[in-house]
Design a protein around this ligand. Structure first.
Ligand SMILES: [Zn+2]
Length: 282
């Protein structure tokens, strides 16, 4: 979850379709509808996913950031075969999250359409919630992921060292995915050594993100995913306008260039990784 950057709400045009299909590893379909000012209903989800499929984005993980949003994501995934869900409370939303909230998250996480516990982690940028509180809730989400046996999907904003340290001290779940990976090359190497998956957002296409492209250049292709984080993090040249899974080809092309791969090679790799870590199909 990121803040919007501008007031231009017109949807960018569809990019040229990919030759080899991919999955959007992290998106917020409910927040997309809210930003567009339309109901977050099954017709909206169907339209978004049809537009995505038309350019080769054949499935998406829609990610909860509150208990209510997580419940919405599970219902969307149950209703649409190309949509999968992740459930958690975002680190800037954890104030007031109590045992009853965790019980509800655990009930939701057990649903077969839920492929990860996330997004959870630490956000020292927005500074809405005390770091010590965020850390305690991050530990509870790690424990939840381990108990339900699903991957942990991490939000890490300006908190790299604390995220890595807490994962190490708690004992990481079998599968850890850094959503909107924002580390440098050294952190990418550290994640690769630990077997953590790095999911790259549209930021990798931004002119002012050479450090992220350097990280992508050293990330092993079998540990890489791509994501939109829609409606946020819209890739170049549409930065600030509403993002959507159908814009993912722009990020795939930028990431492939940064990694020194052909676009189809990267597409095949991220598709295989999505199948392996989340069980996605499409
Ligand atoms: Zn997100």
């Amino acid at each position: 979850m990121m803040a919007r950057r501008s007031a231009d709400n017109s949807p960018p045009p569809a990019p040229e379709p990919l030759g080899s299909p991919v999955f959007d590893a992290h998106t917020h379909l409910d927040a997309m509808a809210h930003r567009a000012g339309v109901p977050a209903d099954p017709a909206f989800v169907s339209e978004v996913m049809a537009q995505a499929r038309a350019v080769g984005v054949v499935a998406a993980v829609t990610v909860g950031d509150t208990v209510d949003s997580s419940r919405w994501c599970v219902a969307a995934a149950q209703a649409h075969p190309s949509v999968y869900a992740a459930v958690a409370v975002h680190p800037t939303e954890v104030d007031g999250l109590d045992d009853a909230g965790y019980a509800e998250l655990e009930r939701l996480a057990a649903d077969p359409r839920v492929v990860a516990v996330g997004e959870t982690g630490l956000d020292y940028y927005w500074d809405r919630t005390a770091p010590a509180d965020q850390q305690e809730h991050f530990r509870r989400h790690i424990d939840l992921a381990k108990r339900v046996g699903k991957p942990l999907m991490i939000h890490d904003r300006d908190a790299h060292q604390d995220v890595l340290q807490i994962l190490a001290s708690e004992g990481a779940p079998d599968t850890v995915v850094f959503h909107a990976f924002s580390g440098d090359a050294a952190m990418a190497r550290e994640c690769a050594e630990a077997g953590y998956v790095m999911s790259f957002p549209g930021v990798v296409t931004f002119r002012n993100a050479p450090g992220l492209r350097a990280a992508a250049a050293v990330a092993p292709r079998e540990l890489v995913l791509v994501e939109t984080d829609a409606p946020f993090l819209t890739p170049h040249p549409y930065r600030g306008r509403p993002n959507s899974p159908r814009l993912l080809p722009l990020t795939v092309r930028g990431l492939a260039a940064a990694m020194g791969l052909e676009v189809d090679e990267l597409s095949a790799a991220v598709r295989a990784t999505g199948e392996r870590v989340f069980g996605l199909a499409g």
